[in-house]
Design a protein around this ligand. Structure first.
Ligand code: HEC
Length: 189
């Protein structure tokens, strides 16, 4: 009986602990889901704004709604998962790359410039309890260039609004296929 009790104690503590374990596969899976959801929601809403045929509508979506949409998805995934976009050339201060994020963004850039296959995910160990999963954001569609392409080719009114809202002159100068930034999913135990 005593033995049985010890066994069941060991078993239950094992089960309890195993629920707490965050495997690399799990981390990647959750990050993949969150990133896909973010990308497809942004794409959908931008497409919706584009239907009006006016650049102004798209600009308003990017300025007024895109960050809110990211926050909404971030909330949905709970307190152990955080979702954001980062860039080395950010308009929104919230998208400024932190120190440990800069090298990964540079790595995405180097891979792209070396004509190598881009990783869909890079997992960074932050500490014993925290991982960051990065997915590159590419200049995939022509729409991106409307607002992130060469500065002299961007619509004047949009440019004016960007500089008023963000108080900087960043986020321009990208060509098709280049890396504009990354989605970063931070996952903790
Ligand atoms: C109509 C203009 C517009 C279009 C089109 C657009 N963006 Fe943006 N983009 C913005 C604005 C404005 C921000 C800042 C949004 C915010 O406040 O978070 C931004 C932010 C970003 C960021 C976060 C970094 C930062 O600068 O704050 C990334 C990454 C990004 N855009 C990628 C893209 C990609 C990729 C495409 C094409 C699919 C695209 N954008 C299309 C206007 C645009």
């Amino acid at each position: 009986m005593k033995k049985l009790l010890i066994y069941s104690f060991i078993l239950s503590s094992f089960l309890f602990a195993s629920q707490d374990v965050l495997t690399l596969d799990k981390v990647k899976e959750v990050a993949f889901q969150a990133t896909s959801e973010l990308n497809s929601e942004l794409k959908k809403e931008l497409k919706e704004a584009k239907k009006s045929g006016k650049t102004k509508e798209m600009t308003s979506f990017c300025i007024d709604e895109s960050a809110k949409l990211i926050e909404k998805i971030d909330k949905k995934y709970g307190s152990k998962v955080s979702i954001k976009r980062v860039s080395l050339n950010n308009r929104n201060e919230k998208s400024k790359a932190q120190e440990n994020e800069i090298n990964i963004l540079k790595a995405f850039d180097l891979i792209q410039k070396s004509d190598a296959y881009q990783s869909k995910q890079i997992v960074q160990i932050v500490d014993d309890n925290t991982y960051k999963v990065y997915s590159p954001i590419e200049m995939k569609s022509r729409d991106c260039k409307k607002c992130h392409g060469l500065e002299n080719k961007v619509d004047k009114d949009s440019k004016k609004r960007f500089s008023e809202v963000y108080k900087n002159n960043r986020g321009y100068g990208y060509k098709s296929g280049e890396i504009r930034g990354a989605v970063v999913i931070t996952i903790s135990k």
